[in-house]
Design a protein around this ligand. Structure first.
Ligand code: AGP
Length: 612
């Protein structure tokens, strides 16, 4: 995610801002910039690249400056370039804005600003519309101008604005993206994240959605959406730097698991038309005819992304009626797949830099087959070389074990399957409506699955599981890809030899390994194969296996037949894999914790496998 730092006081602003941005580097970014309040004018310096690159571009002479804002950008709209880096000027260059979040109606606002009010744009970002709106609405009060500007905005924002009209003032607004005010002595701060503040203050005021802040060296005022002043209590930060970077969680992996409700919502944002509830993938330029005449799809990926592809196959065939073949990229690129017309290759890659996946993409393109990339990194090799890109807006994923990126890959695949299915006339609109409604309910249901009670239950189970060196994950139908991914998660961070099997396959061999106490995690969420999976659970029980079942609320008969059961909130069977992924991620997390392995950086593994 992007990083925000702002300062107004009596010290050197550029040093405070650069140091603050460096404290936010762990969050991942691809460009950085600073706006300083010089005498009577603003000065913006920005760089595609690192904070060190930005620092090397800054003038020594600016060390006298006492007010400024800084930003590290994780690109969503617009490639990582100097022009697209924040801060952004307004036309008159008397206003500068930094912003985290997504302005959903930025195209409409940009058009109005250009055509109705003659504003000219310098970047391809959604953020820049904010700078021009503030200029448009400014009369004699920066806070009023910001309030009027955000009143036109749909989307998420944590924004900070400075103006040469009011040299000592920072004005902030927050909606769906964090913003924290740091309280000093004759100086005050603002940041998107606590680590940027800790060197200066532990006293903070945390903005809530819809709130604004007006900050000068002497005063911090907070206002509600109606402009009424709010007396906010001071929040004392007790975290050290390391725990602050993890949002107070012990590991990045747990932080990223807990971010899943929010990032699932981000990945759906702008892709479900609020007017009619239809899925709209404006960023995909495939023609209706290309989609309607698709004969088959290859999905190609590695590791966790491959497991997302397995689910992608099931939902694309079920909802869009398109035959899908899924392959690991390291196999696909060396076998001789049949390429022909009316085909699409979908590559899935969190990093967008996985060597095998990139090679498979290039092979398909050389054969003249269009490639759609589902990736999390704007400007990555995969995103630049694919014909079409659908971004998962999960934000930077720091832990080697992929969790939130995987979950948003599933969300993206559902959106594609519904979009294709409706375009092809294969998916009835009632069914599409039902699925879209279910997708919109997922963030709330994910919050339920991530309740304290759920975490405690799973933590307790993992104390037992951690004592074993082997484990099984089983499931049928849509539960099978979830089992595959669950086994990989457990394997890669707890080092337990976990294997996943289609539940119906146990009797064809693996059952020989089931003896007293062997842990088996059984996914049993799919009504169509519920009884079959239940009988597989009984097969395991009969040999003494210890089953931990993950099923839907209401399936009480399961509880009588297993050691322990984890209930998911009621959800459409098709969407159940999104919820079921979470307990399997937490099983891996808590088991690794109990076994003392390195959760965020497991042995032998890299976050992005850029070599063959
Ligand atoms: C996931 O937990 C693993 N770290 C690994 O399997 C990963 O999914 C795989 O290397 C693919 O990476 P990508 O999504 O960045 O291409």
């Amino acid at each position: 995610m992007c990083g925000i730092v702002g300062y107004t006081g009596f010290k050197e602003a550029n040093t405070i801002l650069i140091d603050g941005l460096k404290k936010l580097e762990y969050r991942g970014y691809d460009s950085a910039g600073i706006a300083l309040q010089l005498e009577g004018k603003l000065k913006i310096t920005k760089a595609a690249g690192s904070v060190a690159d930005l620092e090397s571009k800054m003038d020594e002479g600016d060390s006298e400056v006492k007010v400024g804002i800084g930003h590290t950008r994780w690109a969503t709209h617009g490639r990582p370039t100097d022009e697209n880096a924040h801060p952004h000027y307004s036309c008159c260059e008397k206003f500068a804005v930094i912003h985290n979040g997504i302005i959903e109606n930025h195209q409409a606002l940009r058009q109005w600003l250009k055509e109705e009010t003659g504003h000219e744009f310098r970047s391809e970002t959604d953020t820049e519309v904010l700078a021009h709106l503030v200029e448009e609405y400014y009369k004699d009060d920066l806070l009023e101008a910001v309030r009027n500007a955000v009143a036109r905005v749909e989307g998420s924002y944590a924004m900070v604005v400075i103006s040469s009209h009011e040299p000592e003032r920072l004005v902030c607004a927050r909606q769906d993206s964090p913003l924290i005010v740091g309280l000093g002595e004759d100086e005050n701060f603002v940041a998107s994240d606590i680590p940027a503040l800790l060197a200066h203050t532990r006293k903070t005021k945390i903005l809530e959605d819809g709130e604004f802040a007006s900050i000068t060296p002497e005063q911090v005022e907070i206002f509600d959406a109606e402009g009424k002043s709010i007396d906010k209590e001071v929040f004392e930060i007790t975290w050290d730097i390391e725990s602050a970077e993890k949002g107070g969680y012990e590991h990045f992996m747990l932080k990223e698991i807990m971010e899943q409700p929010a990032v699932a919502k981000e990945t759906m944002r702008q892709r479900i038309d609020p007017a009619n509830g239809r899925v709209k993938l404006d960023e995909i330029n495939l023609t209706d005819e290309e989609i309607q005449t698709l004969d088959n799809i290859y999905i190609v990926a590695c590791g966790t992304a491959y497991h997302a592809g397995l689910l992608g196959k099931a939902v694309l065939e079920d909802l869009a009626g398109i035959p899908v073949e899924v392959d690991v990229a390291s196999e696909f690129r060396y076998r001789r797949p049949i390429f022909k017309e009316n085909q699409l290759v979908i590559v899935i890659s969190q990093s967008g830099e996985t060597a095998d996946t990139l090679a498979a993409l290039r092979m398909a393109r050389q054969k003249g087959v269009k490639v759609l990339a589902i990736t999390n990194v704007v400007g990555s090799s995969v995103s630049r070389e694919a014909d079409e890109v659908l971004y998962t807006w999960a934000g930077p994923e720091i832990a080697v074990a992929s969790t939130k990126a995987y979950l948003t890959q599933l969300v993206a695949l559902y959106l594609v399957a519904i979009y294709f299915g409706e375009l092809r006339g294969y998916l009835a609109s009632e069914k599409a409506d039902e699925l879209v409604k279910g997708l919109k309910e997922l963030p709330g249901q994910l919050e339920q699955v991530l309740s304290e009670e759920s975490l405690a239950k799973l933590h307790k189970y993992c104390e037992h599981l951690s004592k074993w060196d082997n484990a099984f994950f089983v499931g049928r139908n849509l539960d099978y890809p979830v089992a595959r991914e669950g086994a990989l998660k457990l394997k890669e961070i707890s080092y337990i030899h976990a294997e996943a099997y289609a539940a119906g396959e146990l009797k064809h061999g693996p059952l020989a390994l089931i003896v007293d106490g062997v842990p088996v995690v059984a996914l049993i969420t799919q009504k169509a194969v519920y009884d079959k999976t239940l009988s597989n659970i009984q097969e395991v029980n009969a040999r003494g296996g210890a089953v931990f079942a993950i099923t839907m609320e209401g399936n009480d008969d399961v509880a009588e037949q297993v050691e322990s059961v984890f209930y998911l909130p009621p959800v459409n069977d098709v969407l159940a894999p999104v919820l079921a992924a979470v307990p399997t991620q937490l099983i891996a997390y808590y088991t690794a914790l109990a076994r003392g392995s390195s959760v965020d950086k497991p042995r032998n593994l890299a976050k992005s496998v850029t070599v063959e």
